[in-house]
Design a protein around this ligand. Structure first.
Ligand code: NAP
Length: 567
């Protein structure tokens, strides 16, 4: 549905945006307001990005719905009412569609269109963006809003290609749905997607469910529920205040100011805080109630051990409980999963845990073989994650100045200035990508911040008749070092996770998200804008102009993280 005829032939635009998820929609809206002729190219047949593709059973957001929404338009946030504390995928997708309608975005979006390349021509200072259908779009600016979790990865299970039943990735769920009633299904992968899908499938009329686990994840109860009218009304009255508090602290709750480290809390205080975090607030508040969780190994292990005890309490069979218990990596280095009855599914007679570390799995024509025997399968659900962060960008042939590709520039890992720009790629911008808080932040908030910063930069250029902007190599080096330094100060870099690229063969092992905290990141970006854009080089009709100020002092002032701003 929703296909438009916005641009069926070669056309000239001020800007091409790739992707119509949250970032693409908002940047389109802002560029329209700026009077820039913009078109968005989108692979799916409608808006929503992540929430368009991930229609698997049980898909739900782990950020509270009152927070996980656009804040840029008060009328929008006043008129939309979320039904649950944590919204399900269909409701979030409806919200995305509502935003598209409300701001009349669809007529600027070409759906069902996959971008294969974007090539810069220095002589004309123009990008040519080409789709898989061979249609070319020319523009002065290209904005990559391609998403951080948009390139699904299938499991490397031997024999999978020979399976004659249905194989479906959670992020490529059929739009028409998939009937599993009476079928024998396996869910491979136990990250957020896998645990949500397995919980929902176990509660459906599936005949058998085999949960194929490689690394057990840490998880906390979601604490979901309906939001009653009075609560919604109260929140809406103070929306601006809540949004401002979130930006300051990264939480909608009052921050914990107690300086005692987790490891030093006495048992009573520790237990009280644990209960408040896990059983009262629920969800990812644990990260904020234990602010040193990702900084101090002893405190981290103390909380981890307490979470392990929860699993032992909730799963009847001690052997299954032991297999579900995460060990050997830091709590939070993988994203902590929020679950809603996951552990209890293993008490059902038709649900079985398959621990591939103990019993390797081989997929056959009609099922799978393990050391415990053979089971027949009709459906394999791959909940095996993504080539995250840079994956979507690396799959587009992005060619900058002098014929250098982005893949070449990023061969050893992403290099950016503020996560927004790349040296050698003039007028190319990346929203919520590597080098920014992105996948370790509240995405909606990060996206709004990026878009607003970018639109301000474009307005700055227009006022001064500057046509081209590119970051200097020194600024890019300094920022890339700052990103690495922030990660190195945490426990996040120690483990083999998707965040360091460990789930994709050949991907450089780099912690690519900026984890110095979103308030700090915002302050850095604001300081760069206020300071006349140190680190960026501009050129216009009257020649080249390099920003007078060096970027080093801005970064130096703000680089050492005092807390970690991740979710
Ligand atoms: P993920 O976190 O990368 O999890 C992938 C899972 O697949 C891991 O458990 C991985 O195990 C497993 N796996 C990979 N290959 C396997 C194999 N051959 N055999 C068995 N297991 C295998 O992916 P995701 O769950 O889709 O999540 C991706 C991101 O989206 C995360 O940041 C997540 O938090 C986010 N997300 C959020 C929500 C939400 O808001 N509630 C929902 C879904 C996703 P290893 O750990 O051993 O590699």
């Amino acid at each position: 549905m929703a296909r438009t005829g916005a641009a069926e032939h070669s056309q000239e635009y001020d800007a091409i945006v790739v992707g119509a998820g949250w970032a693409g929609m908002y940047v389109l809206h802002r560029m329209n307001r700026l009077g820039l002729r913009t078109v968005v190219l989108e692979r799916g047949d409608d808006v929503g990005g992540t929430w368009y593709w991930n229609g698997y059973p049980g898909a739900r957001c782990d950020v509270p719905s009152l927070v996980y929404s656009y804040s840029f338009d008060d009328a929008l946030q006043q008129e939309w009412t979320w039904s649950e504390r944590y919204a399900r995928q269909p409701e979030i997708e409806r919200y995305a569609q509502h935003v598209a309608d409300r701001f009349d975005l669809r007529r600027h979006i070409v759906f069902g269109t996959t971008v294969v390349s974007a090539v810069y021509d220095e002589a004309t200072r123009t990008w040519t963006t080409t789709t898989s259908a061979g249609v070319e779009y020319r523009s002065g600016t290209v904005v990559m809003a391609t998403g951080a979790f948009s390139t699904p990865v299938l499991p490397d299970l031997p024999g999978l290609e020979s399976f004659e039943g249905t194989v479906v990735h959670t992020a490529q769920w059929p739009r028409a749905g998939l009937d599993v009633d009476g079928k024998r299904a396996a869910v491979v992968g136990t990250g957020s997607s896998g645990m949500q899908a397995a919980t929902a499938l176990a509660r459906s009329d599936v005949a058998e469910l085999h949960v194929v686990q490689r690394t057990p994840n840490f998880s906390v109860p979601l604490g979901n529920g309906r939001i009653d009218e009075a609560e919604v009304a109260a929140h809406k009255r103070r929306y601006a205040e809540h949004r401002a508090a979130f930006r300051r602290h990264g939480t909608i709750f009052e921050p914990i100011l107690d300086p005692t480290s987790t490891a030093d809390l006495d048992d009573v205080a520790f237990e009280a805080r644990f209960r408040e975090a896990v059983h009262v607030r629920g969800g990812l508040e644990i990260l904020r109630m234990f602010p040193d969780l990702l900084l101090d190994a002893a405190g981290n292990e103390r909380i981890a051990e307490r979470l392990r005890a929860e699993i032992a309490r909730r799963v009847r069979d001690p052997e299954v409980a032991a297999a579900l218990t995460p060990r050997g990596y830091a709590l939070g280095s993988r994203r902590i999963v929020v679950e809603d009855g996951y552990y209890e599914i293993f008490d059902r007679p038709n649900v079985r845990l398959v621990d591939v570390r103990r019993t390797p799995v081989e997929v056959t024509r009609d099922g799978m073989r393990t050391s415990a025997g053979t089971v027949g399968l009709d459906v394999v659900v791959a909940a095996t994650g993504f080539d995250s962060g840079s994956g979507a960008l690396r799959r587009i042939e992005v060619v900058g100045r002098d014929g250098v590709t982005l893949a070449q520039r990023w061969a050893a890992g992403p290099r950016t200035y503020l996560g927004l720009t790349v040296h050698g790629f003039p007028n190319l911008f990346v929203l919520a990508g590597p080098g920014s808080p992105s996948i370790r932040s509240q995405m909606m908030d990060s996206i709004e911040q990026h878009v607003e910063w970018l639109v301000e930069l474009l307005a700055h250029m227009r006022e001064r008749e500057l046509h081209v902007v590119e970051c200097g190599r020194a600024a890019e080096d300094a920022w890339t070092d700052a990103v690495a330094e922030a990660a190195a100060a945490t426990l996040l870099v120690r483990d083999e996770t998707q965040y360091v690229g460990a789930n994709v063969p050949g991907k450089p092992r780099v912690y690519a998200a900026y984890v110095g905290g979103t308030p700090r990141y915002r302050a850095i970006c604001d300081a760069v804008a206020a300071g006349g854009y140190p680190g960026l080089r501009f050129s216009g009709a009257s020649g080249e102009r390099t920003s007078a100020r060096n970027v080093a002092p801005v970064l130096e002032e703000l680089r050492t993280p005092s807390s970690v701003g991740v979710i």
